[in-house]
Design a protein around this ligand. Structure first.
Ligand code: ATP
Length: 254
């Protein structure tokens, strides 16, 4: 279980992350959804240990993680972040990019784990290609395989669906759900697209100007009656589907 309480971060006088608290169980996906500039990436970087917050606490399976210690290595070993730009090594093949996360392990274990991860992430067929020779979705799945190689307890995904075409996007959505459930990892996923969140998340947090306005199941967020911003956000996410239906049905009726 990943738990954060009262996380706050200010830049100069601007509060970018405002007293955020979340809890994510093993095997669960929490999607943080918000407009550009709402503070999602900053929050994710605090959880991964890349940015030090001003206040707050972090627990991983009942163990407190010190957010304020000046560490030599900034990332927390049991919490892995997949950044928006994947950061794969271009000169290495897909399988080597995953293998590089396992240099501390024996040759036999590395071989077995890499093959397991290639299979789990659906990238066995492209294992001998270089990152420039594969699609955005395949790069994203390679980056996820590398991040979970050492069996972290939490996985953080920053806009995993951005820059993907609809087929790659749809494939990645189901792969992420499969990986998180199979490996039993607590996952926090950041996206500006509420539709993606509806399709993968167990819980959704709607973020605006550094605050979480609402955190609930996709069904409850979809049926929100009170908060005008959340209602507006839901409406704008599903409007294109409604518009398409109207266009299709009105043209097939005429
Ligand atoms: N190092 C920094 N110094 C000053 N301001 C910053 C810094 N990093 C982020 N900010 C500001 O904090 C706010 C939140 O930024 P953040 O990148 O976390 O938002 P976001 O929701 O992830 O946006 P996007 O979806 O565009 O990536 C923005 O107004 C941004 O300009």
């Amino acid at each position: 279980m990943l738990k954060l309480e009262n996380i706050t971060k200010k830049y100069e006088n601007k509060i970018v992350v405002d007293d955020l608290s979340i809890e994510v169980l093993a095997g669960e996906i929490l999607a943080i959804v918000g407009e550009s500039g709402s503070g999602k990436t900053t929050f994710l970087n605090i959880i991964s240990g890349n940015i030090m917050p001003d206040t707050g606490k972090l627990w991983l399976n009942e163990e407190t993680i010190d957010l304020f210690f000046n560490r030599l290595i900034r990332d927390f070993p049991n919490i892995k972040l997949v950044p928006q730009d994947y950061r794969l090594k271009p000169e290495h093949k897909i399988w080597e990019n995953i293998d590089l996360a396992l240099t501390e392990y024996t040759h036999e274990y590395r071989k077995k784990r890499v093959s397991e991860l290639l299979e789990l992430c659906g990238i066995t067929a492209i294992k001998d290609k270089k990152p420039r020779e594969v699609s955005g979705g395949e790069k994203q799945r390679t980056a996820i395989a590398r991040a979970i190689a050492e069996e972290p307890q939490a996985l953080l995904l920053d806009e995993p669906f951005s820059n993907l075409d609809s087929i790659n996007r749809s494939h990645l959505r189901s792969k992420i759900v499969e990986i998180i459930k199979k490996e039993s990892i607590a996952c926090v996923l950041v996206t500006h697209d509420l539709l993606d969140a509806f399709l993968v998340a167990d819980k959704i947090a709607i973020m605006r100007q550094g605050k979480i306005l609402k955190i609930d199941t996709p069904e409850k967020i979809f049926q929100e009656k009170e908060d005008d911003y959340v209602k507006h956000f839901v409406k704008s996410a599903i409007e294109p589907i409604k518009m398409f239906e109207e266009r299709y049905y009105s043209s097939s009726a005429s």
